[in-house]
Design a protein around this ligand. Structure first.
Ligand SMILES: [Zn+2]
Length: 213
């Protein structure tokens, strides 16, 4: 559904279901805790109107080859929790950026930022893990740190955002850097890789470089 302003309304088709097998996502969850300890994921009355921020995801095996990416992602409004369990992860089975629509199951509703994770899994087939942090230090220094950044004029949750992510993969070294900043999403940073460890180390390395400026 496209509104008068041209913004596609976020639509979630959610059916409650079983949680993901926790040992499968143990490494992802450990990195999520490190991000939490570094305030890259969290909830703070003084930031973003008190809303939870940051989320993590992991690509899961697909039932049928060639279909949409399927992934586990931390649930909506879990940013403020120190420890997550299997009950805090949703399973996204379909993402439709053109319609701003997400199909999900699991014990909790997925993060509303699932669509951006889904886009990344489509354009970067090598990415198995995505960490989405909120870091003013990295985000404000994106250009000096050489971090590819999506255009600030592209509103979140529009078909243009999907195209903007594709453009970055075409025209910037984002695939090699394994990190991007979201220009229109204050403090938004995503790192991604084949392993949780590499995605985590990329995020922390750029945080250190930002702090050293
Ligand atoms: Zn965010």
């Amino acid at each position: 559904m496209v509104t008068k302003e041209g913004i596609v309304k976020y639509q979630l088709d959610y059916l409650p279901g079983h949680p993901v097998n926790f040992p499968v996502i143990a490494s992802l969850n450990a990195w999520r805790k490190i991000l939490f300890m570094a305030n890259l994921v969290g909830q703070d009355v003084d930031r973003y109107g008190g809303a939870g921020y940051g989320n993590v995801s992991q690509r899961l095996e697909r039932a049928v080859k060639g279909t949409q990416p399927r992934f586990a992602i931390s649930g909506t409004q879990t940013g403020g929790l120190v420890e997550l369990t299997a009950d805090h992860y949703a399973i996204v089975t379909e993402t439709w950026p053109e319609e701003n629509r997400v199909v999900a199951t699991g014990p909790i509703m997925p993060s509303s930022e699932s669509l951006t994770h889904g886009m990344l899994y489509v354009v970067d087939q090598a990415a198995n893990f995505i960490l989405h942090a909120h870091s003013p230090e990295i985000w404000q220094n994106a250009s000096v740190l050489g971090i590819p950044t999506t255009s600030a004029s592209v509103a979140y949750g529009t078909p243009e955002m999907a195209e903007e992510v594709r453009r970055l993969f075409r025209d910037s070294p984002v695939r090699e850097r394994k990190i991007l900043c979201m220009g229109g999403h204050t403090d938004g940073v995503m790192s991604f890789s084949r392993t949780a460890e590499e995605a985590g180390c990329v995020m922390m390395a750029y945080l250190a470089r930002a702090l050293a400026l």
